[in-house]
Design a protein around this ligand. Sequence first.
Ligand code: ZN
Length: 63
Amino acid sequence: MLHQAPKTQTHPRVLGTRRDPPALRQCCDSYICPVCDQVVELTDFRQVVWHQRPGHKPMEMDG
Ligand SMILES: [Zn+2]
């Protein structure tokens, strides 16, 4: 007679509903570039790329 071991099911434990705000989350969609002191719109990919270059100048804005 075979004795079957009871199945051990591992339920992932839900540790409550903690809502920690992401540390790197900015409050807005823009920041001041530390290199050229220009406001960088994080929604504009061109601006983000531009201000990642070391030693860059402020981006010229048309308009
Ligand atoms: Zn910049």
